[in-house]
Design a protein around this ligand. Structure first.
Ligand code: GTP
Length: 292
């Protein structure tokens, strides 16, 4: 069985992190998002993953080369000469995906994190006997998204409504993704030093090679590889990009996102600052703003 993963987007919503790495390589729970997907595909018997890429295919392919051997799965590339959106890459990779056996293939957006109930999806697909199946999820605020209107009993899709202004009845059903039951951090090579008297959690991921000095408080945050957090800093609801430093007694909160190699000086407060890579923050960011 084969799978196509769309990896060609610019990842603008995940800036400033995607100014440093392509979105599929940004870590979730200490592991690049795309690896979560490839592992899930391998687990249900996928033997070849085709990556639909439109620029710099070598970045992704070089990164994944080792994993091809480690995970024993073939990883190939279908390259666009211009961005083709969603259906375009699928048409371009047609010959790589369809081999005449009639076997279905998976198509994934590279930025979807879930528990990947792919086996259940295969079963669902076989039972209804239609052309295609999509996996969707329920959200609190459908007006921000494309909405699928489905027949309740069968899951048959009736129509798509893009970002509805009015509530689209309560007919919104899906092969509904179950909620998260939790996530196990990838701990391979995760050697970080944690000082005394730190309080860490809930929902904290600390990447490999980090130094967390004594008395630090971390909650609901993602600390990427190679970060140093100095004494008594307090970080909540934020992302600290690769190789950044947070100074002592600094307070970083409210969806602050530090790009790669950002240095927050001692005793600085960041309230929702979005900071581009390689910056030094010498004065406090008092309200959510982008620091170029
Ligand atoms: P944003 O700029 O934040 O919207 O990021 P994005 O473009 O990466 O995400 P979007 O939700 O628009 O795309 C969903 C998926 O499709 C992501 O996995 C993208 O990598 C991928 N994608 C988006 N546009 C293209 C494209 O033109 N070609 C290919 N091959 N993949 C694409």
């Amino acid at each position: 069985m084969k799978a196509l993963i769309l990896v060609g987007g610019f990842g603008t919503r995940l800036r400033p992190l995607t100014l440093s790495v392509p979105k599929p390589l940004v870590e979730f729970a200490n592991k690049p998002m795309i690896l979560h997907q490839i592992e899930a595909l391998k687990a249900i018997g996928v033997t070849e993953v085709v990556l639909a890429i439109n620029y710099q295919p070598e970045v992704m392919m070089n990164f994944l080369k080792d994993f091809e051997t480690k995970l024993e799965i073939k990883i190939t590339c279908s390259q666009e000469t211009e961005p083709l959106g969603t259906a375009g890459p699928l048409a371009l990779a047609r010959d790589k995906l369809i081999d005449g056996s009639g076997e279905p293939f998976f198509v994934l957006n590279s930025d979807v994190i879930s528990e990947y109930p792919l086996k259940q999806m295969m079963e669902f697909h076989k039972v209804h006997g239609g052309e295609a199946s999509i996996m969707v999820t329920k959200v609190d605020e459908p007006s921000k998204y494309g909405v699928v209107v489905m027949e309740e009993s069968t899951g048959k899709v009736e129509k798509f409504v893009e970002k509805p202004k009015i509530f689209v009845e309560d007919k919104l059903y899906a092969m509904v993704l179950p909620g998260f039951s939790g996530w196990t951090l990838d701990s391979q090579e995760t050697i970080s030093l944690i000082g005394e008297g730190c309080l860490i959690g809930p929902d904290v991921a600390i990447g490999p090679g980090c130094i967390v000095e004594s008395g630090v408080r971390l909650s609901r945050c993602s600390v990427m590889r190679g970060v140093r957090i100095k004494k008594h800093a307090c970080i909540s609801s934020s992302i600290i990009g690769w190789h950044s430093t947070v100074g002592q007694w600094a307070r970083v909160e409210n969806l602050t996102i530090l790009g790669e190699d950002v240095h927050v000086c001692d005793e600085i407060y960041s309230n929702g600052g979005v900071v581009l890579p390689h910056k030094e923050i010498k004065s406090s960011i008092l309200k959510p703003e982008i620091v170029m």
